[in-house]
Design a protein around this ligand. Structure first.
Ligand code: 5AD
Ligand code: SF4
Length: 443
């Protein structure tokens, strides 16, 4: 019993899909070392916090949770506590954590997560307060075991890092410069996934449209999409994130032409105001963005468009914000991740004057969410009466008499249908559109 209990691990992940994927790799390595996962921290003998520093909120949650681990460590001195991820790549943060939370045993960064088994062994052999952060990004490490959460849909990272330096964002500082994986490594990973029964993959990168820079022989993101589309046995391909300044016509045509590429595109606009876009260092204008959207809508019928938007960037006037609202109304997004601007140390925007008061930011945020939801509800209405292809993921959470899945455009559908079809593609007639999901019946 004791031995069994000793071999459990618990991982908590904050932040984006990149972090989720890193956690799946940590999980894969731990399973290879004989550990099993647990959802209860008290049961674990290894606890890992994989952190995010993109916004302040996520950071505060990590600190709160770290404090709470002290009691567990007092009860079980063999417990190993590790903290990793983007926060650890920030100047001064690892030192502060070691000082304020001495019960933490291991701190490592985003570039050396593959060394976790070594760190764990060193700590088990008596090393304390192990801290290893690499500031220079290393080569891409291939072939790590990975324990994925879903057995139907998988994320496949195609590139790491970002070269864009948007003035509000810490990612280029904590994830380093862009590095692309070789297409054959990506293809092999996908082929393995298909053998394991996966049906849908999402290609991941901070800016997938600059995929391939520096690779020999040369390859573009559109080329990669077309190659991945040829892989037999795969049903659906998605990708994120695209930077509007880099998205090429070729990528739009690839979505139009390739049968497995889903009609969905995530194109973060961040703001609808040209002066704010300039201050954000985004390298496109509102007009250019809207042209791209028009092209996408023209070339890809029934496309679903999603975005990221920040409100309350330094210097954002009421007029600037109105520009964002009008853009949201014009595009009529299918969904949007909406964020209140969060000051991040060492980024240029943190030094800018005219930081916006919290109250103003919150009010604008609420107005923005309302505008986004309105567009989303209107788009959902268009589905009523249509028959769409759904990849069935499982029983519906809310109503177990129903099953649930997503359309090619990424819409959540709860519907009456045959549970034997979980894991398969089925046709569903949409009977009713809600604000955030669709209802239907299998046909
Ligand atoms: N404040 C608020 N939102 C931010 N994002 C990135 N940095 C910040 C910040 N400092 C948002 C952007 C990005 C998404 C992943 O997070 O919209 O596209
Ligand atoms: Fe951050 Fe901009 Fe890079 Fe996205 S493109 S990760 S917002 S710097």
């Amino acid at each position: 019993m004791e031995k069994e209990r000793n071999l459990r691990y618990y991982i908590e992940t904050w932040g984006c899909q990149m972090n989720e994927e890193d956690s799946e790799k940590l999980s894969g390595m731990l399973k290879n070392m004989g550990y099993k996962s647990t959802l209860a921290r008290e049961e674990a003998s290894v606890i890992i916090f994989n952190t995010c520093c993109v916004r302040e909120n996520a950071e505060l949650k990590v600190y709160g949770n770290l404090g709470a681990l002290k009691k567990l460590k007092e009860k079980n001195s063999d417990l190993v506590i590790a903290v990793c991820g983007c926060m650890m790549q920030q100047k001064g943060v690892p030192e502060e954590i070691m000082k304020k939370y001495p019960h933490v045993d291991i701190i490592f960064g985003t570039h050396n997560a593959y060394k976790f088994p070594e760190y764990l062994n060193r700590v088990k052999q008596g090393e304390t307060h192990l801290r290893e952060i690499e500031t220079e990004h290393s080569d891409i490490v291939e072939g790590l075991p990975i324990d994925r959460k879903s057995d139907l849909k998988a994320f496949v990272t195609i590139m790491y890092g970002c070269n864009n330096f948007c003035t509000y964002c810490v990612v280029p500082y904590v994830r380093g410069r862009e590095r692309s994986r070789k297409p054959e490594d990506i293809e092999n990973e996908i082929k393995e996934l298909i053998k394991e029964g996966y049906k849908e993959i999402t290609l991941l990168g901070q800016n997938v449209n600059s995929y391939g820079k520096g690779l020999e022989p040369s390859i573009t993101f559109a080329d990669l999409l077309r190659r991945v589309n040829e892989i037999e046995g795969l049903e659906r391909i998605r990708f994120m994130t695209s930077h509007p300044k880099d998205i090429s016509d070729d990528v739009i045509y690839a979505i139009r032409d390739c049968d497995k590429l889903c009609e969905q595109i995530h194109l973060p606009v961040q703001s609808g105001s040209n002066s704010i876009l300039k201050k954000m260092n985004r390298h496109y204008t509102r007009e250019y963005y809207l042209e791209v959207i028009e092209k996408i809508k023209r070339e890809i019928p029934d496309v679903s468009i999603t975005t990221d938007i920040i409100v309350g960037f330094p210097g954002e006037t009421e007029e600037d914000f109105e520009d964002t609202l009008s853009l949201v109304k014009e595009v009529q997004y299918d969904s949007a991740f909406t964020f209140i601007y969060s000051r991040r140390k060492y980024t240029p925007a943190d030094e800018m004057e005219d930081q916006i008061e919290d109250e103003v930011k919150h009010k604008r945020f609420n107005r923005l969410v309302e505008a986004v939801n309105e567009g989303c509800a209107k788009n959902n209405k268009l589905y009523e009466g249509k028959t769409v292809e759904v990849l069935v993921e499982g029983e519906s959470f809310k109503d177990t008499t129903k099953i649930t899945g997503r359309t090619r455009s990424g819409k959540l559908v709860n519907f009456t249908g045959n549970k034997c079809n979980i894991g398969n593609l089925v046709n569903v007639k949409i009977t009713k559109a809600n604000s955030f999901s669709l209802l239907g019946e299998e046909v």
